[in-house]
Design a protein around this ligand. Structure first.
Ligand SMILES: Cc1ncc(C[n+]2csc(CCOP(=O)(O)OP(=O)(O)O)c2C)c(N)n1
Ligand SMILES: CC(=O)[C@@H](O)[C@H](O)COP(=O)(O)O
Ligand SMILES: [Mg+2]
Length: 660
């Protein structure tokens, strides 16, 4: 049996000798490679924090002390050390979360995968500890160099530094990368330290010398004066030479490091030193993403930041890529647009390749900007670019737009700025769980005055709607699409004057009668589902029309007219029902005096646990069978009157469906 199996909780680490810790670190690395290769997950980040996590759990006393992981994707080692060593269900429905999870362990605190929030958590927890007489309990934060490029982190540092007697230990996990090498002034700053200094500040000798001279200083007299002069000179020298200590100390934070983040002994020394400060302190650990796994280290793109199922020996993906992904279609089209439109620029929040701006950047490097993990800044900076005559395309995952709602509203929309926001991973994503589903974007943006929202149903419409979006120069435009492979191409049987596509007309409501029983409004990728429902209804004698609005906001007038000609409207959307597209259509129908019954079919306003995309959709009832069942029950259950006429239209029909 290896050492790892003997670790049931952090306390079991205390008895290990130094060589056993080295062996344990190797065991953990092999465990991660073997297991994450089977399930997929954040292999690179976790290989980089093995020694760091061991040292933290040996020096601090979780859960009495709180350990907070920023973003949380690098908490696998923490899980292994806190009683969770079955990784066979990692990120699977009902299995281990890929992020900290309070329901899994008392050692877990922050479940959100949204970066740069950990220091605010630490500020809050430490204030609570102080006010409740528990000021002797530490808050230890593991924050990456990438997460430190998020503005929220600096808001928190400003507050943490203001109060010297709160026990906050900030471990900067500096591997020099987000996905790609971290960008910006801070990254350059941290990088400038790595080669120069090798943990001298935490060497026992340095601390001893400091203590010796501080005592002489207190004794006063000629020796004390000499001590003062030499300490002051040393500090100034170090300050000039050792920038981060200056920067962080200017902020009011003690700085320790940089420390070799793979030297467990040096880490423990630095953390023990930090613990003795009993106040806010930064420990700057230099780590390597993908440490100990050659395929990860060789991966120039992102050092195996997040992998699918791979061959553990070679690191190669097990399943060759199949159909095109939404992201790849976007990547090709935006690059083509960039060739044609010199005013178009791209902006990414440290996710150039994941959001598909890499081809654009390869062809026009001067026109793609990586702003770091700073979506709020990205959106307002885009408003500035639009003011300067450019057309920015901000590409982010849907869930991360949540963070930039005010910037979209008050910097882009208020100023009628021609900014296009492309939302990848919109709707249910799956394995990354509750904080990653892009389920709120449509509800958020539908309240933004003047905003245009497109939800393409397939690759052709993505290309088309993206081009239409970048042609809008006086308002924000948003194009949103799902994670993963693009659905089948669905050609319209008719395109109406306002761009709405009729996808199918099935059955009829009677000779000479307009419309049909059910109007199925399919938002984006829901078109496949809507067509499946139409087929199922047809088999039960219920007629339907399937439409894809393409641009769902503003609500196209033809959707309202069609609603008046059907008995029920069902809007299918891969987003929260509350405040979604369906509710907006309902508002517009009411404004036009159309009182056709409308069902919003979408996601609940709930946090949805991880699983595959189809498992999660099934869990919330977004399946052909369930939707059909509900429609049939409603239509057969009640005599659903036809709508009152639109002004100038024929009188409504009433009647009941044929008995089945
Ligand atoms: C607000 C937000 N934007 C983007 C992401 C996507 N994301 C996940 S991890 C990551 C890089 C994090 O870099 P760093 O903090 O240095 O951690 P590392 O992976 O290097 O350990 C990014 C951009 C996110 N989780 N949150
Ligand atoms: C932790 C984080 O936010 C990202 O790494 C995310 O897990 C990537 O998601 P995709 O795998 O969908 O690109
Ligand atoms: Mg990093």
């Amino acid at each position: 049996m290896g050492i790892l199996e003997s670790i049931r909780g952090p306390k079991d680490l205390d008895r290990l000798a130094s060589h056993e810790l080295t062996d344990l670190a190797e065991e953990i690395r092999q465990f991660l490679i073997r297991n994450v290769a089977q399930t997929g997950g954040h292999l690179g980040p976790n290989l980089g924090v093995v020694e760091l996590t061991l040292a933290i759990h040996r020096i601090f006393d979780s859960p009495r002390d709180s350990i907070v992981f920023d973003t949380g994707h690098q908490s696998y080692v923490h899980k292994l050390l806190t009683g969770r060593q079955d990784f066979s269900t990692l990120r699977q429905q009902g299995g281990l979360s890929g992020y900290p999870s309070r329901s899994e362990s008392e050692h877990d605190i922050v479940e959100s995968s949204h970066a740069s929030s950990s220091l605010s958590w630490a500020d809050g927890i430490s204030k609570a500890r102080k006010l409740t007489g528990q000021g002797d309990r530490y808050v230890v934060v593991v924050v990456g160099d990438g997460a430190l490029t998020g503005g929220m982190a600096w808001e928190a540092l400003n507050n943490i530094a203001a109060d010297k007697d709160r026990r906050v230990v900030i471990v900067v996990n500096d591997n020099g990368r987000s996905y790609a090498p971290t960008v910006g002034g801070l990254a350059d700053y941290l990088a400038s330290l790595r080669p120069a200094i090798d943990a001298v500040r935490t060497a026992p000798a340095y601390e001893g010398a400091l203590e010796f001279w501080k005592k002489r200083l207190q004794e006063g007299g000629p020796v004390g004066r000499f001590a003062y002069k030499s300490l002051h000179a040393a500090k100034k020298g170090v300050k000039d030479w050792w920038a981060p200590q200056g920067m962080f100390e200017d902020l009011g934070l003690k700085y320790l490091g940089p420390v070799d983040g793979h030297d467990e002994k040096a880490l423990e020394h630095a953390l023990a030193t930090a613990k003795n400060f009993a106040g806010p302190v930064i420990v700057h650990a230099i780590t390597e993403k993908g440490r100990g796994y050659a395929p990860a280290r060789a991966d120039e793109a992102d050092q195996f930041h997040a992998v699918g199922v791979i061959d553990p020996d070679t690191g190669q993906p097990v399943s060759a890529g199949g159909a095109a992904s939404w992201t790849s279609v976007f990547a090709d089209e935006i690059a083509a647009i960039a060739d044609e439109r010199p005013d178009v620029v791209g902006i990414t929040g440290a996710m150039l390749i994941p959001v598909g701006l890499h081809k654009f950047a390869a062809r026009h490097p001067e026109r793609v900007f990586d702003v770091g993990i700073a979506e709020q800044h990205a959106v307002t900076s885009a408003a500035g670019m639009a003011f300067g005559g450019l057309h920015p395309v901000v590409a982010v995952y849907s869930t991360f737009l949540n963070r930039a709602y005010d910037q979209l509203l008050m910097d882009v929309a208020l100023h009628k700025a021609g900014v296009t926001i492309v939302l990848d991973r919109a709707g249910v994503t799956g394995p990354d769980g509750a904080s990653h589903h892009g389920q709120w974007d449509m509800a958020l943006v539908q309240s933004v005055p003047g905003l245009h929202l497109a939800a393409p149903r397939d690759a052709t419409r993505l290309r088309e709607e993206l081009r239409e979006a970048v042609a809008i120069s006086d308002a924000p435009s948003v194009v949103r699409f799902s994670k993963g492979t693009v659905g089948p191409e669905t050609e319209a049987v008719e395109r109406l004057a306002d761009g709405v596509d009729i996808l199918r007309r099935l059955g009829s409501s009677g000779p000479g009668q307009p419309g049909r029983d059910v109007l199925l409004v399919a938002v984006g990728a829901m078109s496949d589902l809507a067509l499946d429902v139409a087929e199922r209804l047809d088999r039960q004698g219920i007629s339907s029309t399937v439409v894809d609005p393409r641009w769902v906001l503003p609500v196209p007038k033809s959707v309202i007219s069609l609603a008046a000609e059907h008995r029920i409207v069902v809007c299918l959307e891969d987003g929260v029902r509350a405040g979604g597209v369906g509710s907006r259509i309902r508002q517009e129908m009411r404004a036009e005096g159309v009182d056709t019954a409308l069902n919003e079919v979408g996601l609940p306003a709930e946090f949805l646990d991880h699983g595959t995309r189809s498992e999660v959709l099934a869990r919330v009832g977004l399946t052909g069978q369930q939707i059909t069942h509900d429609i049939v029950a409603q239509v057969l259950g009640t005599k659903v009157p036809f709508a009152r006429p639109l002004p100038g239209k024929s009188a409504p029909r009433t009647g009941s469906l044929p008995q089945l």
